[in-house]
Design a binder for this molecule. Structure first.
Ligand SMILES: [Zn+2]
Ligand SMILES: [Zn+2]
Length: 414
């Protein structure tokens, strides 16, 4: 390789680090929002400016919300199941729900996993925590060195609560945990689970660094579902997870800056597009969940600065119907979310755009140094498995020698 090529590659690497730090260090200066984009919100669609992950530092008073899953329980290329990232100008980042398929969208945001250490679950349906195992253990292999903190509701019985679910999940992944922890720095595998009372009404479940998160009960399937209210720096984010319309939502989410509420397809579309029968469609759309007219009614009663509907197949032929149904009862700012939609929120402006994503994403740098891996505690290979191992010492020895020499190390081939 020529010197010129090497210096170009080095420049690209330095630029990448600078951009990375610009996007992720928690400083005070940052992106200045363009003109207020309430208009784009009112138009029920994003405007054409694009958000490039990792390139915009939040202003000190700014909140960024990213839709990483807006669809249904079976993810599809266009829409994963429920998941939202909330990033704050103080450097804090939160995940609300982690539905099936959402991990890929989270990774596309180029946020080091160490920052994504707080997950809040509205309930324990797979479309709200189906990607948890992948995010937790896959994230550890992708440089998370920080324990993962999880908050989720209790259930009507202990076996239906969050603590029980995660106790069993840790047992279920015993093989995965045992194998990886002898190869890589495994501090990120530690789970810190907090189960809170699902009956809490506007009760604080998290209070750190100027951020307060409260829950209100949700009405969904059986007892044990909740909705969230996050308040920071005079901004209020509310997220329904899944719920039928309820009085707690109406009472406690008033005047939200961004109010994200489920809005299922109306019964007619559940029948024509999803092959539900009449009874199923009526019950699922308007009783187990919230139909667009009910969603609109909730928004007209709570008057957020921006109403965001999600949890349906958002397509060219469903969106106009969703808007028309909602507009029968609500005339305020409205967006129906798609995956990769990004909301920048300050007291002055709400900016709605789509995020670009890099399909060739690699893990971001960890934010602390890696430790040497302690000796394995898992059982060693059996004699039987060892008997079949072709180690190619003449090849592997050379690879180890070369890497050792380049890095000033002296590791021996095991
Ligand atoms: Zn659900
Ligand atoms: Zn759901």
């Amino acid at each position: 390789m020529t010197t010129k090529k090497i210096s170009i590659i080095a420049s690209i690497a330095i630029m990448a680090v600078v951009f990375y730090q610009w996007g992720h260090l928690d400083g005070k200066k940052g992106r200045t929002s363009g003109p207020i984009n309430e208009a784009s919100a009112k138009a029920s669609e994003p405007h054409l400016d694009v958000y490039y992950p990792g390139t915009e530092e939040l202003a000190a008073d700014e909140m960024r919300v990213i839709a990483c899953g807006t669809g249904m329980p079976s993810p599809r290329p266009k829409q994963a199941a429920a998941c939202w990232i909330v990033e704050l100008g103080n450097g804090d980042k939160f995940l609300f729900d982690l539905g099936a398929g959402s991990h890929e969208r989270i990774a596309a945001q180029k946020i080091p996993y160490d920052y994504l250490d707080k997950v809040f679950l509205g309930h324990l349906h797979v479309d709200h925590f189906g990607d948890f195992g992948s995010f937790w253990l896959g994230g550890t292999t992708m440089n998370r060195l920080t324990p993962l903190r999880v908050w989720g509701p209790s259930g009507p019985t202990p076996e239906l609560g969050t603590a029980y679910a995660f106790e069993k999940m840790e047992e279920m992944y015993a093989w995965d945990i045992a194998t990886r922890s002898s190869i890589i720095d495994a501090r990120g595998m530690v789970l810190d689970v907090t189960e809170f009372d699902y009956k809490g009404v506007n009760k604080v479940i998290f209070e750190e660094n100027g951020v307060v998160i409260r829950t209100i009960p949700a009405i969904h399937s059986i007892d044990g579902a909740v909705s969230f209210i996050l308040e920071w720096n005079g901004l209020k984010f509310t997220y329904s997870s899944d719920t039928a319309p309820n009085s707690w939502w109406i009472k406690y989410t008033k005047d939200s800056d961004i109010s994200i509420h489920e809005s299922f397809l109306p019964p007619s579309l559940m029948m024509s597009r999803m092959k539900f029968n009449v009874k199923e469609a009526l019950n699922v759309s308007t009783v187990a969940h919230t139909s667009p007219q009910q969603f609109g009614k909730l928004m007209s009663l709570t008057k957020p600065r921006l109403a965001v509907g999600y949890h349906f197949q958002n397509d060219f032929d469903t969106l106009p119907i969703m808007i028309a149904e909602t507009r029968k009862v609500y005339d305020g700012p409205l967006v129906f979310a798609q995956d990769y939609m990004v909301f920048n929120i300050t007291k002055d402006a709400i900016d709605v755009r789509m995020s670009a994503y890099d399909e060739d994403i690699y893990p971001e740098l960890p934010i602390r140094d890696k430790l040497d891996v302690p000796p394995p505690t898992s059982p060693p290979f059996s004699e039987f498995i060892l008997s079949g191992w072709e180690k190619f010492p003449e090849l592997v020895g050379g690879i180890w020698d070369k890497i050792n020499k380049e890095n000033g190390t002296d590791y021996k081939v095991p």
